[in-house]
Structures are given as C-alpha cells and as structure tokens.
Design a protein around this ligand. Structure first.
Ligand SMILES: Cc1cc2nc3c(=O)[nH]c(=O)nc-3n(C[C@H](O)[C@H](O)[C@H](O)COP(=O)(O)OP(=O)(O)OC[C@H]3O[C@@H](n4cnc5c(N)ncnc54)[C@H](O)[C@@H]3O)c2cc1C
Length: 440
C-alpha cells in the first residue's frame, strides 16, 4: 500500500482531512463536480469556530464573520416565546458560505492538496471487499484509500455493493427539505425579536425562521416533505402578517435544498473506504448543522489514517475512526433524532402547551451547532423537573408521547454506547441492525 488518497467531493470534512493528510506527507487529490470558485450557497451559515482549531485550521479574518445573535422561539399559535441563552464559551460565528469554502480551500491548497474541479464522480471501483478507486466522467482514478465527502446523496456510498453492509439511501423522514432566500426589507419597523424561529407556524408541520438583518430579511422554511414554490409563496405571505419586514423580492439565494437530519451512518468504513460529513450523516439531527461535526471527524479520520503505519486502510484499521466518532459525538447526537420524531408526532396544540405550561424553558431550546448532548438541554434541576412532571401529568396524551420519546432516547443512547470496540464484520453488522431500531 502507499500514501495516495482520493477525496470524492469537496465536502467540508473532506477538505479538512485532505489538508491534515497533505501536511503529513500524503499525496491527496480531491475530485469535485463544481467549477473552481463556485462552491457554497449564496447565504450565511453558522458554526462553532472551536471546530476549526480541532481540525488544525486557522480562524478566518475577523472582517469575514460576526457572532451569531440569540434566536427567539415562537410557539405555533400561543403568544409565548422563549429566547436562547447561548453561553459565552459556546458562541458561534456567522459567515458567508462562499467565504467558508474559500477559507477551507485556501488552507487545503496551501497544505499541498491537489483539487480537480469539473469532475463528476459517478461510482466507486471495487475489487472483492475493497474500494480501490472512483469512476468519474473524466476517467477512472485509483488510490490506496477513498474518502467519501460527496454529501448526503453520495454516488460512492450509494453504489457500493450490498455485501459492504453500508446504507445507501436516506428515507424521506430522515432528511429535511429547506427553502432559503434573502428577501428585500419591506419596512423599517424595529423588531423586538430579530431572529424569529417558528415551530409549526400556521399549523403546518414545519420549522421556519425570519431573521431581520440590516440589508435584507432572511427566510428559511423546512419541512419533512417536498413543497412547491407556490406553497412556499403562500406560506411566506402568511408569515408576512407577523413579520412585516419580510419583503416579496428575492435578493439572494432562493433555492430548495435538503439536509440529512438523522442518526449517523451505521457503518462508515470498509476496506479502502471511509465516509465523512453529510455522506456519513454527521449533522445535529434537530437543527441540521454539520460543519463543526465534519471538522471534528476530519481530525479523527486523519489521526486514524496516520496511525496506520502498515498503510492497510482496511475496515479493521479504519474502525477506530468510527468508534471514536461514536464515543465522542454520535452517542450524544443520535438520540436527538428521537426528539425530532417526538416533535413530528406532536400536534400544534401540544407544542403550544409545552410553551405555555413552562415544560419547555430557555435552556431546553439553547441548542448550538457545537451541541454536546441531551443533558446540555435538560439539566438535572429538581424545580424544573417538577414543572415538567406537573405539566405532563395534566396532559395524558402528551405524557404518552413524552414517555415513548424517553424510552426511545434511552434505547438510542444504549445502542450507540454498545458499538463494537473492534472490527468484526459479523458483530458490526449485527450491531448496525439493532442501531437503526430506536429511530422512527
Ligand atoms: C440550507 C442549508 C443550511 C445549512 N446551514 C448550516 C449551518 O448554519 N451550520 C452548519 O454547521 N451546517 C449547516 N448546513 C449543513 C452543512 O452544509 C453540512 O452538514 C456540512 O456542509 C457537511 O456536509 P458536506 O460538506 O459533507 O457535504 P456537502 O455540503 O453536500 O458537500 C459535498 C460536496 O461534494 C460535491 N459533490 C457531490 N456530488 C458529487 C459528485 N458526484 N462528484 C463530485 N463532487 C460531488 C458537492 O459539489 C460538494 O462540494 C446547512 C445545509 C443547508 C443545505
């Protein structure tokens, strides 16, 4: 074996792992379908800068980012709101996605990474149980290890032979469809809550935000079903009644996209293969943030590869990457998918009740992209427990849903913690089958 590494797709985790490996003497080539200088959406994104440090990347120049503001959560119909209280040490930065990409790519190129643009990856090339290369529209390329950073619908992951035991497709309820655009500012009225997050506004099972910026108003609408631009426009008109600053002219963005909001991929590695970022579903399931986790995973993957002195890069040596990711991140993250299903099963009235009865408080909605686990949200506080218990007892239907969610959450945590510590294909596949069960 040798030190030739292919990264399929310029995903964020892929760029970060490429940079670390190139710095350590590996010969790394990235194949990206888009053209140079075109990557990234035309809007801003939020992530925890701490993750840059972990991945060995410098902070971007200060003029390129600002700190995220607190978000105010609105109940479906009641007037009650809750405002996030993000602690100072968990502050996140907001940056243009194109600048995030430019920052990551410049760093990787400076570290010696070779990037081939305008190259569509179509499938993996396998030999027996090993991935040995990729098929692209420019020809076939071979390497000692293929890192899959092609995102949620990766053609590498989804074309692996069934015998690899790696999930190929994402189910409808495991991804959220988002429409996001910056609209003109229709009025100068001062708004109290600059960043409004609305749950099930208008009775629709959706999450939406309207953020009032100086230059524009940022609209994001997410649903667990496809929706048309006509439905979006109708919904935006509904939101305009409570958010008069939301204009009608799209000034930036304006596109439908999808984000995986599910538990991480059950098997992320095979001989000659490792998935990272959205390709391995590393987002926080409730909020869809994936940049910070991808960066942290990049460090774990690079360390695993560098530690493989025999340069085997097979499932058994790469397994410690997955094990580390599960122990440090997935075990905290995956149970949140159970909370997602709880929300999807709740009625707007029940959500209103959670706000009005005090069952939900400001701590419970203070979820950041650097989310560390369910206990970040639900701190063991006796007074709060009593409020929650009283609220639940008075609403028996909701109580049943909460208990069901709690049971699934415990099962999800337990199965994540029970991940095999060593690669044994039979044992890993048996675990992977059990791992999928609590999430529905
Ligand atoms: C609307 C929206 C808002 C978001 N907001 C945030 C946020 O605020 N904070 C946050 O942390 N996360 C956010 N995310 C999620 C975040 O973008 C991802 O979780 C994160 O970027 C990790 O995904 P990735 O880079 O692995 O994959 P992707 O971003 O999907 O990147 C995959 C790369 O592979 C390339 N590619 C795909 N297919 C091929 C192919 N066949 N051949 C060659 N190249 C290919 C793509 O062009 C792309 O460059 C948001 C996502 C969306 C859609």
């Amino acid at each position: 074996m040798g030190k030739n590494i292919i990264i399929a797709g310029l995903g964020h985790g892929g760029i970060a792992v490429a940079a670390i490996l190139a710095q350590n003497g590996y010969n790394v080539t990235v194949y990206e379908k888009q053209s140079e200088g075109t990557l990234g959406y035309d809007w801003t994104d939020i992530f925890a800068p701490e993750a840059l440090k972990i991945a060995g990347m410098p902070m971007p120049p200060q003029e390129k980012y600002e700190y995220k503001e607190h978000m105010t959560f609105f109940a479906p119909t009641s007037k009650r709101t809750l405002t996030q209280r993000v602690p100072d040490d968990k502050l996140e930065i907001k940056m243009e996605r194109k600048d995030i990409y430019a920052h990551f790519i410049n760093h990787a190129v400076n570290c010696g990474v070779n990037i081939i643009y305008d190259c569509m990856v179509t499938a993996p090339i396998t030999l027996g149980s090993r991935v040995i290369g990729i098929k692209t529209d420019k020809g076939d390329y071979y390497a000692d290890l293929i890192i899959d950073a092609c995102g949620m619908n990766s053609p590498v992951r989804s074309n692996l032979p069934d015998s690899f035991g790696i999930e190929k497709q994402v189910k409808r309820e495991e991804k959220i469809t988002i429409f996001r655009a910056f609209y003109n500012k229709a009025s100068d009225i001062e708004v109290e809550a600059k960043f409004r997050v609305m749950l099930f506004a208008g009775g629709k099972k959706s999450i939406s935000w309207v953020a009032s910026e100086n230059e524009h108003t940022d609209l994001l609408v997410g649903r667990f079903e496809e929706f048309t631009i006509e439905e979006l426009n109708e919904y935006a008109d509904f939101l305009r009644k409570s958010c008069p600053r939301l204009g009608k002219e799209i000034v930036r963005g304006g596109q439908f996209v999808e984000i995986p909001v599910r538990h991480p991929l059950s098997v992320m590695v095979a001989d000659g293969y490792a998935a990272i970022g959205d390709s391995a579903f590393m987002t926080v399931p409730l909020i869809g943030s994936g940049i910070a986790n991808s960066l942290k995973a990049a460090r774990m993957l690079a360390d695993t590869i560098i530690a493989d002195k025999a340069e085997d890069y097979n499932a058994s040596t790469l397994w410690s990457y997955q094990l580390n990711y599960f122990r440090k991140i997935a075990t905290n993250m995956a149970p949140l998918e159970c909370v997602k299903y709880f929300l999807l099963n709740a009625t707007p009235d029940e959500l209103d009740y959670c706000f009005d009865s005090g069952m939900l408080n400001e701590d419970n909605i203070t979820m950041t992209a650097d989310f560390g686990g369910i206990f970040d949200l639900f701190k063991p506080d006796v007074k709060d427990m009593i409020v929650k218990a009283k609220g639940a007892i008075k609403n028996p239907k909701l109580l049943v849903k909460i208990l069901d969610c709690g049971a699934k959450l415990a099962a999800a945590t337990a199965i994540c913690a029970a991940i095999p510590t060593k690669w044994d294909k039979k044992k890993v596949m048996a675990w992977a089958e059990k791992y999928a069960k609590p999430f529905h």
